[in-house]
Design a protein around this ligand. Structure first.
Ligand SMILES: [Mg+2]
Length: 149
């Protein structure tokens, strides 16, 4: 799956689950250069831009959940073969829910990428291009970006 496919998919799933309810965002958020009716651009952007504070807060909550996962289960927080069900860790075979809910650091890292993809899609941002541009820029930066520690 490409990053573009991922962001389209997570945004479609977020919309289907009501996370953009009440916000006017086209089903497949066009890139800004794809709008047929340019008068629609400010309307769509204003609606999406209003969502940014909440979306950023939720993104931050996922970062905090990484710390929680580490603090609660430091010995299991990076396992991809265990699932946290009820109050205990189980293997896939021990779970009755399908698919079982992932847990730990890997789940929260995935949540961060999912939330970034959702917001990027709503904003019409090509996340793959944005990441590539930032990586190219970062490669030119000095050691520790010029900081001493
Ligand atoms: Mg989470």
């Amino acid at each position: 799956m490409t990053l573009e496919e991922m962001q389209r998919s997570v945004h479609a799933n977020a919309r289907a689950h009501g996370f953009w309810e009440g916000c006017y965002v086209p089903e497949h958020a066009p890139r800004l250069d794809q709008f047929r009716n340019l008068a629609e651009v400010p309307l769509v952007r204003a609606e999406v831009l209003k969502q940014i504070p909440e979306k950023v807060a939720l993104l931050h909550s996922e970062v905090t959940e990484i710390l929680e996962a580490y603090r609660e289960h430091p010995d299991k927080c990076d396992r991809d073969d265990l699932f946290y069900v009820g109050d205990e860790w189980r293997t896939r075979e021990q779970t009755v829910v399908s698919p079982p809910k992932p847990a730990g650091i890997r789940e929260e890292l995935a949540d961060i990428i999912i939330r970034c993809g959702d917001l990027a899609e709503a904003l019409g941002i090509d996340l793959s291009k944005a990441v590539r541009q930032k990586m190219d820029y970062n490669a030119t930066r000095p050691f520790k970006h010029g900081k001493t520690c």
